[in-house]
Design a protein around this ligand. Sequence first.
Ligand code: NAD
Length: 315
Amino acid sequence: MKRVLVTGGGGFIGSHLIEALLAKNYEVLCLDNFFTGRKGNIVHLLGDPRFEMIRHDVVEPIFLEVDQVYNLACPASPVHYQFNPVKTVKTNVMGAINMLGLAKRVKARILQASTSEVYGDPKVHPQKEDYWGHVNPVGMRSCYDEGKRVAETLMMDYHRSNKVDIRIVRIFNTYGPRMAFNDGRVVSNFVVQALKGQPLTIYGKGNQSRSFCYVSDMVAGLTAMMEQDEFIGPVNLGNPGEFTILELAEIIRELTGSKSEIVFNPLPPDDPVQRRPDIGLAREKLQWQPTVELKEGLQKTIEDFERRLREEDRP
Ligand code: NAD
């Protein structure tokens, strides 16, 4: 039986990944400091003898015997990663060094959860993996973007210098059950606003387009990358289907049956017109592509948000 370490396993994507790994009958160690993750995401797994929870910060070294490491620990949305930007850099850089050191020692395969943000404010659309990006090193988002870029660099250097068996995936916008309510992302904002009967706030006219990958598709991409022996990446994972922000707001209003009005606020200066992944490489190397339609994924997300909002309201 394989033993797998998932850092950031108490978070949104990590907790779904752990369920998928347990379903493959792996033993899973979940490491998390619960900065943005929640025990509620994994509490239902605690009775499973193949599952273990470790409260730990990836900034500190740790000694564990495992066959695979998924390194997901890092706050993922601007409100969270800008809360303590120095800590975000430490989590990305020292976390990667500690996990790579562990992988090197025990000869484990390690997968780094990188991000589309390594492309920064791209000058090329859509971005293929060989595009080097256009990143501001001194901006408010740099702690995340540059932190993830250094993590990728460390992965490649441990691979070249120490033969560590690495995988790098660049994750694009992912949504689904267990997203944090307060992460400031468009899906969670609209769903919470619609369910609470508050106005849905759109920045600009809402004709900017975005792509949304349902979490089960993302998890299938992560495990496909980990389980194959030929290709180390980096590889883009995301859903190339494009929707305007106005379309998204209307779909969420329809699915929730909400009477919320849609209000239009001024567009922030750095809001990109389009964001869409190029997943040609993932299709070719992993035979992977998303399968969950936006409406289907949103329906499941809304059901989860409804349940959690009800629990929050309980005295
Ligand atoms: P999340 O915030 O729900 O999960 C991150 C987890 O890491 C949380 O449980 C948090 O408590 C934990 N964590 C943070 N700092 C830590 C530290 N120092 N030590 C130990 N644990 C720590 O976010 P998510 O959306 O599940 O993202 C998971 C990974 O995927 C992140 O690395 C993120 O950068 C990447 N990613 C996510 C998206 C997305 O759309 N959700 C997009 C691109 C990349």
